[in-house]
Design a protein around this ligand. Structure first.
Ligand code: FAD
Length: 515
């Protein structure tokens, strides 16, 4: 298609012209930072498709690939509206090698155990919250089918009570949680020993029908899904001989940038957020739909771009003049950081430690305030901290050696995005929003998640908010603003073949009216 591929480059700033038209990006070639340009170049484009994924590095507990960070903050920086930022998906995943623990990993009924930070004091922490083998094995088994944390599946010892208990151990108690496939749960002394007769009937029927009953979890996993064992083995973890560390991890952002039915930003022309960065995934994204949605978005955006044709092609000279202040601002900041590092003789190791500390604080905050459990007090405090961190963490006085420039520039836009996310959650709670999708809102007025978990009182969903989407935008002075838009109606028209065919043949469908 004649679109050049520029590898090993980070987009470090999106460029705007004509107030609201996205015209390209400032990019950093990470292999060229020693050149006179320090690796920076400007790429102009008539259309900018942004496929930078979810906020992958925002959370302390995350199952996103480690190499991904997300770049939604770049679009927020230029004022692109965002939608449903409150909505994400969380679930149980292994943390050393990041992988979702759904399906057979739960269906074989592993032993859940928590330890102190050093790996001592093992406790079967789930047991006190269940009254029988039947209840406990049912919840663990169902966790396989019902993988994401689901606010609706916490009460009545549902499968998401397990995620809540894991969260409580790791985030609140500061302990570590592991799955043990080597031995069965010990359970409560009054339940008697674990055995086939004690297992919930749904779980047992499934395991027997699959020819997968065995006396140990690893034996059952070997019979049910041997490649599940092989997958960990090929990533350096032997489930037959070691514990598997887990946490309740961020896996997907259902919200993101706000776009129209052609995946073009609602307020930044020629910007097309596609894939996970587009906020079109809804409160309860059906499993498996993210990849399809990314493909649909790409086709819609490509169709829209084809529809524009050569209309309003960029006037390069004029655009370069318009973007010059933004470009020189970023170049000035980067040169300043590098020269500060040279003057202060800041080593890459020192700088990396400083940048890692900024990231670490941000990740801890996001997992505590914007993760699966949310409360107004914690979110309000965290939003204030996020604003403070964004103002003070990376300033013109920061010292960053060239080799860490891309890392610092990534942090810069992550700090912007963090404020948007926490502002969205804070406003949602102020609007009276309750538990839904993949998070619990805890509030003194709610019902306890469990009789032995009085600190988690579940505020119910405010169903009136189902008809609206929460839109976050930047005001004229950069302050964040919220508005609630009615959800778009699900299309109900039945298409008349002759009209559709004629529109297709004439190309009229390429110029659809804006919604
Ligand atoms: C463990 C796990 C399991 C999943 N399982 C499923 C599943 O079974 N089915 C399903 O439908 N979905 C699943 N998902 C979700 C789905 O994989 C993601 O939503 C999807 O891959 C996102 O695709 P994307 O193209 O939008 O972004 P990504 O695949 O994240 O790609 C974004 C790309 O942009 C690059 N990038 C980011 N910022 C910049 C920048 N500033 N400059 C240059 N490049 C940049 C990144 O390096 C990356 O290559 C899963 C997700 C996870 C984490």
């Amino acid at each position: 298609m004649g679109i050049p591929l520029l590898d090993h480059r980070d987009v470090v700033k999106l460029l705007l012209a004509d107030t609201d038209r996205v015209v390209g990006a400032l990019v950093l070639d990470k292999l060229d930072t020693d050149s006179p340009s320090m690796g920076f170049s400007v790429v102009l484009a008539d259309h900018v498709v942004l496929g930078t994924g979810g906020p992958a590095a925002f959370y302390a507990a995350s199952v996103y690939p480690r190499v991904h960070v997300g770049s939604i903050g770049l679009a927020m920086e230029i004022g692109a509206e965002a939608v449903n930022l409150t909505e994400s998906q969380f679930g149980l995943a292994s943390t050393k090698f990041r992988w979702n623990l759904s399906g057979s990993y739960q269906q074989v009924l592993p032993r859940y155990v928590s330890t102190d930070a050093q790996g001592n004091d093992p406790v079967e922490f789930l047991v006190p919250y269940f009254s029988s083998w039947h209840e406990l094995t049912r919840a663990v088994f169902l966790k396989g089918y019902q993988w994401p944390f689901d606010a609706a599946k916490v009460p009545d010892n549902g499968s998401s009570l397990i995620d809540l208990l894991v969260y409580h151990e790791t985030r609140i108690q500061g302990r570590r949680v592991f799955l043990d496939y080597r031995s069965n749960m010990t359970g409560d002394a009054s339940w008697g020993p674990f055995g086939k007769d004690q297992v919930d009937s749904t779980a047992l029927e499934y395991l027997e029908a699959s020819g997968a009953w065995d006396s140990s979890p690893i034996g059952r996993l070997h019979l049910l899904n041997p490649s599940a064992i092989g997958m960990y083995r090929s990533n350096g973890i032997d489930l037959a001989s070691e514990l598997l560390e887990v946490d309740v991890c961020a896996q997907h952002n259902n919200g993101g940038l706000y776009a129209d039915i052609w995946w073009e930003s609602t307020n930044r022309r020629r910007l097309y957020p596609i894939g996970e960065v587009n906020g079109s995934h809804g409160v309860s994204r059906p499993g498996g739909s993210a990849l399809n949605s990314g493909q649909v978005g790409a086709i819609r955006a490509a169709t829209r771009i084809a529809g524009y044709g050569q209309a309003d092609a960029l006037d390069v000279g004029q655009v370069l003049a318009e973007v010059a202040p933004a470009v020189s601002g970023m170049l000035g900041l980067s040169h300043r950081w590098v020269s500060n590092a040279e003057q202060a003789r800041t080593t890459p190791r020192q700088s990396k430690a400083q940048l890692d500390a900024i990231l670490h604080a941000m990740q801890q905050r996001m997992s505590k305030a914007g993760g699966p459990i949310r409360s107004a007090v914690v979110v309000g405090r965290s939003y204030a901290e996020a604003k403070e961190q964004a103002a003070s963490a990376l300033t013109t006085d920061s010292a960053v050696p060239k080799v860490l420039l891309s890392k610092a520039l990534r942090l810069r836009h992550m700090l912007i995005a963090q404020q948007w996310y926490l502002y969205a959650v804070a406003r949602y709670l102020e609007n009276g929003g309750g538990s839904r999708g993949s998070y619990l809102v805890v509030d003194a007025s709610g019902e306890p998640a469990h009789t032995a978990l009085a600190e988690y009182r579940i505020k119910p969903e405010k169903t009136g908010l189902r008809n609206v989407v929460q839109v976050i935008a930047a005001g004229e002075d950069g302050e964040l603003l919220e508005r609630l838009d009615e959800c778009r109606p699900v299309p109900a028209e039945s298409f008349w073949f002759e009209r559709v065919w004629s529109d297709y043949q004439s190309g009229a469908y390429l110029q659809p009216p804006k919604p």
